[in-house]
Design a protein around this ligand. Structure first.
Ligand SMILES: NC(=O)c1ccc[n+]([C@@H]2O[C@H](COP(=O)([O-])OP(=O)(O)OC[C@H]3O[C@@H](n4cnc5c(N)ncnc54)[C@H](OP(=O)(O)O)[C@@H]3O)[C@@H](O)[C@H]2O)c1
Length: 254
């Protein structure tokens, strides 16, 4: 790997959107560092391209995250773009409100991102360049049925990015948040819940890459769902719950 190459670090690269992102960035000439827990999936990814290198990582382990960033720095592989894609989606309502499920969801989806930024930001600031992108979700815009333990983690991520944006700006760095709607991946494959405007992981990855190249703050898609959910933040709650009910039909979470 040469320092001339653009480096992207994809955390949560072993399946779904992250895996597609690995492939399209590698095909576009980037050096890709792929992270996740499943070693066999990382090895398979490395097989697909010489540009992909695995860095095994469990984002719930704060020491592992710190060591991973130290290793990238020591190898002169500090990323130009870091994409935090790691996530879990325990689908459901009240039934998912166990300590085990909710703590793991927050630990993976939110605290993993916090740990990543905490370790990376000072090094990027010192270098004076870099972009960090966090994959949140449209479900972070407002409470949705079937996302009682997931939506709060995504709302927290959006809030985190809004809060940190001025610090990134001041350091001449870019912080981006990505809010996708439904995407066909392992995460959604067993879902019995209606998923309007669902798109493929490949399509999602292409939209994310295009959005990140703009270096704007938010990338969101698909447009009709994103606009509807954004506008729903401004209607009275009685109307909000009626509109949400229309999308779920007769289905109610347990
Ligand atoms: N699919 C959707 O409809 C949708 C919609 C909006 C937002 N999103 C978000 O998009 C991101 C990617 O999701 P996806 O749909 O592509 O799901 P996915 O195929 O299940 O991928 C999830 C990724 O997260 C990684 N991950 C989970 N726990 C981890 C941990 N403790 N440490 C490191 N990596 C971990 C997984 O790798 P390992 O298991 O190998 O660790 C995997 O690579 C998630 O943040 C998700 O919330 C998805």
């Amino acid at each position: 790997m040469t320092s001339q190459d653009k480096i992207i670090w994809i955390i949560g690269a072993t399946s779904g959107i992250g895996e597609e992102l690995c492939k399209i960035y590698a095909a576009d000439g980037w050096q890709v560092i792929a992270s996740g827990r499943r070693a066999e999936r990382l090895a398979a990814l490395e097989e697909t391209s010489d540009a992909i290198r695995a860095l095994r990582l469990d984002v719930t382990d704060k020491d592992e995250v710190a060591l991973a960033v130290q290793k990238l720095d020591a190898d002169a592989c500090l990323p130009d773009l870091t994409l935090y894609c790691a996530g879990v989606f325990p689908i459901g309502g009240f039934s998912t409100l166990t300590d085990e499920i909710c703590v793991n969801a927050m630990d993976t989806n939110y605290f993993g991102a916090v740990r990543t930024i905490h370790n990376l930001f000072p090094l990027l600031k010192k270098r004076g360049s870099g972009q960090v992108a966090i994959i949140s979700s449209l479900s972070g815009y407002g409470g949705l049925p079937f996302a009682a333990s997931y939506g709060p983690t995504k709302a927290a991520l959006i809030n985190l990015c809004e809060s940190l944006k001025p610090s990134f700006d001041k350091a001449n760095l870019t912080l981006s948040v990505i809010n996708p709607g439904f995407v066909k991946t392992d995460m959604t494959k067993d879902s019995k819940v209606p998923m309007p405007f669902i798109i493929s992981a490949e399509s999602a990855a292409k939209r994310i890459k295009k959005g990140l190249a703009r270096k704007g703050f938010e990338t969101t898609f698909p447009l009709p769902l994103a606009v509807a959910l954004k506008l729903m933040r401004f209607v009275p709650y009685w109307a909000y719950f009626k509109l949400v009910g229309l999308t779920t039909g007769k289905q109610r979470p347990s």
